[in-house]
Design a protein around this ligand. Sequence first.
Ligand code: BGC
Length: 718
Amino acid sequence: MTEITQKNKDRARELVSRMTLDEKIGMIHGAGLFRTQGVPRLSIPPLTMSDGPMGVRRDFHEDSWTAVGDSRDYATYLPCGSAVASTWNPILARETGEVLGREARGRGKDVILAPSINIKRSPLCGRNFEYMSEDPYLVGRQCVPLIEGIQESDVAACAKHFVANSQETDRLQVNEIIGERALRELYLPAFHAAVTRAKTLSVMGAYNLVNGERCCESTTFLGDILRGEWGFDGLTVSDWGGVFRTRESAESELDIEMSVTSDFDDYKFARPLRDAVLAGSIDVGHVDRKVVHILSVMDALHMLDGQTPSVRKAGGHSTLDNRRAALDVAQESVVLLKNDAGLLPLPVRTMTRILVVGANADRIHSSGGGSAEIKALYEVTPLLGLCAELGGNVDVRYVQGYVAQGAGEQSADWQRESLSDTSARARAEDRGLRRRLRDEAVELASQYSHVVFVGGLDHTYDLEGSDRADMKLPYGQDELIEALLSANANTIVTLVAGSPVEMPWAERAHAIVWSWYGGCEAGTALARVLTGRVNPSGHLAETFPMELSDSPAHALGTFGRPTEVEYGEDIYVGYRYYETKHVPVRFCFGHGLSYTTFRYDDLRIERTGDGAVVHCTVTNTGDVAGKAVVQLYLGLEGTGEDRPAKELKGFDKIDLGPSQSASVSMNLHYDEAMAYYSRTAGRYAHARQASLYVGESVQDIRLSATLTVDDATVEKHI
Ligand code: BGC
């Protein structure tokens, strides 16, 4: 594990003692859009960073957002954060990290600006696709191995955005009012895990304010909590353009200011800070402290060794191994939401033709989304994946079905349109085109036995910098799906998206498959699930509500407002809310079907010194191999405070052959599992009793028991 050692810190301090003020200043702000200044005199190289969570972003010129544009920066496009979380497989999270680390290092980067680990508070947040889950335990379990994987390659991970960047609306100015309990139980734990367990070497401050403090100058978050309580000794970097005031940020625990403009000398941590230090109004000790953090990280990454050959790992990008890993992750991220008539898997051996409908079947997504965009080496679309998988004996007919925006194509008539004011006509023609495409698809659907619709969202909607306006499928897809289902009740509905959508037709559809932005092999993975070559084992890492107004932040009307947003739902985010308040949902947290079924028996709680091990037996009761996601929830009792009905406290994923049984054991440490932030005491406390549930989702509970902690254990371990 790459960790900062005392030796790294001593070395950093010694170097700082030999540096001039200008040299130090050069190291704490952007001297290019993605790098700081080095100190050649002391053999200190610049620190180079790159986005982001789905692979290593394209290279830009140092001083403008123009792509360099040569072929060196084609990269392996990885499944998005939501997809990684939906695998419920920490081994695959680690593989994702390993690929990111190798690719980053292979491209000469020192810090990869990933993972994005904010909590999904609303289905509408534009960056939900980058984020992992609504549940902090699941984010922690998946981001820790991911970060460890990145840092294996002598590259720093950067856990972002600290903290609570859970909306994009007014992201530079919004002040989020969040109670201590929600901060401690929901918004901070994943960062805590990233820092204390994964030892992330860097953390990015968020754009937003929390409780009146700007995150990139916050004494509470960067200082008291991150450095103080958690003992973080890596480096902190601002989000790009997240620093507004020189003194406040300089005196805070923020180490590097990055921004989006090329007037690097005007950055707050450049001339303004230098002048303030020279004038004696800001203590140089603040600058020194920052440089020590930065140099400690650089030394831990072997950037200061100056040896030839270098002991630093070399990495490697766009390799076959990296692409294989992307496929492994994508395959386990696809979620089978519904399959009540056995339409799936497709009968590949007996079918001779299939109709594929929907613009997302033929669309690539890698180049969109904001800073998470990837210049993908390639991206297999669902249509290509299906054709590749089905081969020559099945005739695949594709029709678009609806018109999607911004797919990069321009209308064949663009020259004529450009000469006259055709906007009204263009819109009308558009309506005409829409009708034509829909009629064609519906007509064909009635003639085919096998119809797969592939729709969903794209990065016009799942996008950094703005939130969605509603939770509906765009481009008239709901009407199209209804019409397809009327024409052919066996239409299989497949959605590719980064955040939930309302599905008013869900009762009518027999088969619904969910695929995230799944990386370069997304289409292969989806096709393999549809054909049964891969048995689906993805489970939702977030709740899919019936309607937007069911979701807590929206029920309260406190999402997406500018200026100030109150997180009035407290800890009742996602399933914590739906389960406790008995609000029906479309698909619950943890839900995911398989082509086989699993039986759960023999729940046994074995007490250990500091907690318990929960054992059960899981049996594959079907005739195909499959992977079960065994989930463990607790409902804390007797606390005298309102608590969620269930909270995820453990899970395991196991691979079982037909009729095979296996014993599953999940560890519970009382100190963590029974802990809650007491509103009355204003600190953590521990419950003595809990209802314990084991199941395949938060609602599909198969086994339950009561868990009690005896006095002796409390005395000793809590
Ligand atoms: C995003 C960050 C990203 C940075 C650099 C910002 O707009 O919020 O996540 O790492 O840009 O591209």
